[in-house]
Design a protein. Structure first.
Length: 291
């Protein structure tokens, strides 16, 4: 909660400073950033309703000469298999999110509460793996999927995405802040380690678990590279991969490019509208807001 005090007749804020000027400047900066985000998004929506001639024309005309049209959306929806790709994206994103949150929470609790030989080294390796670019692992992971005969299956898309060292670190830091007295009271009542984890720690960690789940879901939904490499069957493609095949089959078209991008972003916009309070809270909880 933001703390406010009265100082010299003015509202005092530890970040914004004293008086109305810092508040006005902050609101102006936020308004400017909002405009900088909305203008490209609005231009993309506007372009998606243009003809290809108007979309490819030079200049920045918001109102096309030939009027608005749904041709780009008709082409994307007509040439692609959008319902199948959408279902694949939902299934994959939900499975990756559920498995990642489960594995990350258990690993984080082990690092936070369990003492074992090599704990510090293993945790250091986990943190160091955050700095490894995912592109470096593409070839080894693909060869591993080939060796296991999992290429062109849901497992090939899901399994390599369930390892998230950053989520383990975030959850571990949160678990460190949970009072140990609560766990000790449960152990006195006869609860074992798993019962303490399931009945005490997880209920207290619902905000951070929701934050991790949202981040993982969004990242999995937007992931293009690994689903593109691990699948070639159109019936297993995710929405970003499937939409890219439609665009490539007709060449680079500005209107169709914009329409495909809008269609791919609609599910995430719905998720944000439904869980915007949890998303904003999660940014503060995980420290991604600079706190």
């Amino acid at each position: 909660m933001v703390r406010r005090r009265r100082y010299g007749g003015h509202a005092w804020h530890p970040t914004l400073g004293t008086g109305p000027l810092p508040r006005v400047l902050t609101l102006l900066a936020l308004a400017l950033m909002t405009v900088l985000w909305l203008v490209p998004f609005g231009w993309g929506v506007d372009t998606s309703f243009k003809t290809e001639v108007d979309a490819s024309a030079s200049g920045a005309d918001w109102i096309p000469k030939a009027g608005f049209t749904l041709d780009a959306y008709r082409t994307i929806l007509g040439q692609g298999n959008l319902p199948v790709w959408a279902v694949n994206s939902v299934v994959i994103a939900v499975c990756v999110t559920a498995i990642t949150v489960t594995i990350s929470a258990m690993a984080a609790y082990a690092f936070s509460r369990t003492l074992f030989r090599g704990r510090r080294v293993l945790f250091a390796v986990t943190i160091a793996s955050i700095m490894v670019p995912p592109q470096i692992l593409i070839v080894p992971l693909f060869r591993q999927m080939l060796a296991m005969n999992l290429v062109d299956t849901y497992a090939a898309v899901i399994l390599p995405q369930v390892v998230a060292p950053a989520m383990v670190f975030i959850l571990k830091k949160f678990f460190d802040g949970i009072p140990r007295e609560l766990e000790e009271a449960a152990r006195i009542d006869g609860a074992g380690s798993f019962r303490v984890f399931w009945s005490v720690v997880l209920p207290l960690s619902r905000p951070i678990l929701a934050a991790v789940a949202i981040f993982v879901f969004i990242n999995t939904w937007n992931n293009f590279l690994w689903p593109f490499i691990s699948t070639s069957d159109p019936q297993l493609m995710t929405l970003p991969v499937g939409l890219s095949t439609v665009k490539d089959s007709t060449g680079l078209r500005n209107a169709q490019e914009s329409a495909a991008s809008i269609l791919g972003s609609i599910p995430l916009l719905i998720v944000f509208m439904l869980f915007q309070r949890q998303i904003v809270r999660s940014v503060a909880t995980t420290g991604l807001g600079g706190q």
